[in-house]
Design a binder for this molecule. Sequence first.
Ligand SMILES: Cc1ncc(COP(=O)(O)O)c(C=O)c1O
Length: 373
Amino acid sequence: MDRTPYGQPSDRIDSLREQFPVLAEWAYLNAGTDGPLPAVATQAAAEELEHQSRTGRTSAHFEHRHELADALRSSYSELLGCVPAELALTTCTSEGISLVVQGLGLGPGDEILTSDQEHPGLLGAIQAARDLCGAQVRLAALGDLPAAVGPNTKLLACSHVSWVSGELAPNTLAAVADSVPILLDGAQGVGAIEVDVRALGCHAYSGAGQKWLCGPDGLGMLYVSGELQERLAVVRRGYGNFEAATEGLDAHVHPDARRFDCFGLSAEAIACALAALGVLEDAGWQDVHRRALQLADTLVERLAKCGRVVAPRGESTLVSFSSVDPAAERVRLAERGIVLRDIPNQPLLRASVGAWNNEQDLDRLIDGLGAGQ
Ligand SMILES: Cc1ncc(COP(=O)(O)O)c(C=O)c1O
């Protein structure tokens, strides 16, 4: 997928920044919430809608939607290191997570093991399994999860990259993959760092299109291994995931991961997502990942020099650091054109560093932090 041999940064990585209008004005360090949108992506969405308004939405429109969906499935599966038959298109990370947790049909006596730094997108699905179905929940530190698997653990669900600190799931997860299904929340993983679902040893990986892939809101992906596909109940069925919808109540869902597809993805959203992926692919994924990680490391050094304590993190693109009053400081920084987020209930601000950022964005952040003191 990467057109640049490793070790030789493409020229395009240097001009990547120019593709994102928001960066002309803002030091935008918030891809962990929503990535910056490239100009060609908004244009692709507008052109798609304009075409629909001129030609109407006939059967050709529905065929076109299917073609776009196939193209997106193929691009997303390349990014995760799986095949299209293992990838469902969803609206967001949280939706994919819910499909897996619900589909396992866990109940009394079944334990879900998760970490103590999970996002509501994962916690919500676990809460529903506990409150509606009687499953038990146990927490452990992210790094301790493999060792914490017990005889009643029927699902291990955690972040690939923690949204709080940028810590990574332990690379020993794969060692327990034979004894328990592993679901990774990849909201802060895919697009930000290299992902290989096979090397991670997970059975399901749910990711977002609107964050590190710079796509529109309303698109995401869910990898489900062939083995887990067999075990998961398909809890929603309809025109969108039947193989032949003409068979009424006897219709079958698709034989592969398309059975978990969301029903109503729009052509304009998919066209927008594909155009955004094209921008990142052209820059070269290895360069995109490497540059973001290098910039994040530079930010860590600079924060330390100005007395901020950086939360323990892994090789990720998130940098969370100490702030006495994070919400107020976030607002103060936004007034100076610097966009990042605070972490609720923690004395932390979080910068999301992408390959589209540059040293000047970091300068602005460091200056902005100093100005408030
Ligand atoms: C770790 C993590 N999981 C889940 C989510 C929710 O993502 P989505 O809006 O794609 O459902 C987020 C969003 O920030 C996140 O950081």
